[in-house]
Design a binder for this molecule. Structure first.
Ligand SMILES: Cc1cc2nc3c(=O)[nH]c(=O)nc-3n(C[C@H](O)[C@H](O)[C@H](O)COP(=O)(O)OP(=O)(O)OC[C@H]3O[C@@H](n4cnc5c(N)ncnc54)[C@H](O)[C@@H]3O)c2cc1C
Ligand code: FES
Length: 300
């Protein structure tokens, strides 16, 4: 991982409980943010442990949903009436997210978390560029709060297909020194993709480190741009997962080792990776059968 954990932050975290736990969590609020759904859970023990980049694994119900579903932690409530809450944001894609979208106030939902390795905060007082695609912006807004608390400059580039799919542009503006938006159809910000404006933003902000979350192609392109500018870059991948706890090897990501490639698990070794270690071209080329993994086949 590029950079070592910020010493001040590490000291602040000492004494905080760590590790995931399972809880039946009451839904405190259900909302819409643009094209996305959000749920706020009463989950004080998970909130206390959660760090930006980590995720929760949610038990969903209904036909075709045996496996739990992973979602990045968007924010945790630290003050006032929202203290001890955990928020997730999601797009409805299939049965699991459709079931979640139907949850309302006071429903109980089964959460395991926080899972995975979080983003590593910079040691130096550098300027941080956060690059997000679609709902991938959600964990970056959580990260932006942590970086701001460390007194670091935060700039953002958020992109999506269209305006309603750029996640929470207003909040992004509030949490950053500058926020640039790109959309495929030009309905918000500049028409194009996040990497089109990357160099310009890096130059303007004096970026020293890059953090990214979003679709794999966007992460690969952001990693390449960062490498070309010699900028350390951490990416949070949203690879499909089954167990979420390191057992099934469904979620493998190929990484460069000294003597070739090896596979690591996105759920326990990630989801945050040093972008320079990821073997981007090899992603998706490893057969699950080679790994003895069960794969995700519940909907056949
Ligand atoms: C660490 C992590 C964090 C995530 N955070 C979020 C989040 O904050 N918000 C959010 O909306 N989603 C997030 N996801 C993706 C989310 O887990 C899936 O959208 C969800 O599991 C889909 O379940 P489903 O039953 O609704 O759809 P399924 O029936 O399982 O899938 C519907 C369609 O979506 C595709 N799909 C499923 N999972 C993924 C995935 N991970 N990436 C790309 N395509 C997928 C399937 O191939 C299928 O075509 C995250 C995934 C991971 C691994
Ligand atoms: S999802 Fe099972 S090992 Fe990662």
């Amino acid at each position: 991982m590029t950079g070592i954990v910020n010493r001040g932050a590490a000291a602040a975290l000492r004494g905080r409980p760590e590790g995931p736990l399972r809880a039946q969590c009451e839904v405190l609020a259900s909302d819409r943010i643009g094209a996305y759904h959000s749920l706020t859970f009463v989950a004080p023990e998970i909130a206390e442990r959660a760090r930006p980049g980590q995720f929760v694994s949610i038990g969903v119900d209904g036909s075709g949903t045996v496996l739990r579903r992973p979602f990045s932690i968007y924010q945790v409530g630290e003050h006032g009436p929202s203290v001890g809450t955990v928020d997730v944001v999601f797009d409805v894609l299939g049965p699991g997210t459709a079931w979640l979208a139907g949850r309302g106030m006071h429903d109980l939902v089964d959460l395991v978390g926080p899972l995975g390795r979080p983003f590593v905060l910079p040691v130096q007082p550098v300027s941080c560029l956060l690059v997000g695609g679609g709902y991938g912006a959600a964990p970056l807004l959580f990260l932006a709060q942590a970086l701001q608390r460390e007194g670091l400059r935060v700039d953002m580039i958020l992109g999506a297909a269209s305006e309603e799919r750029v996640f929470n542009a207003m909040r992004a503006k509030r949490l950053s020194a500058s926020a640039v938006f790109t959309t495929d159809d030009g309905s918000l910000g500049e028409q194009g993709v996040v990497t089109d404006v990357f160099e310009r933003v890096v130059d303007g902000a004096g970026t020293g480190v890059v953090y990214a979350c979003g679709p794999m192609a966007m992460l690969a392109a952001t990693a390449a741009k960062s490498k070309a500018r010699d900028l350390p870059c951490q990416v949070a991948v949203e690879e499909q997962m089954a167990c979420g706890t390191g057992v099934c090897w469904t979620c493998v990501i190929p990484v460069q080792r000294e003597h070739g490639l090896s596979n690591v698990r996105a759920c326990t070794d990630g989801p945050v990776f040093d972008a320079a270690r990821v073997a981007w071209r090899a992603i998706g080329t490893t057969a699950m059968s080679d790994l003895g993994a069960c794969g995700r086949q519940e909907r056949t």
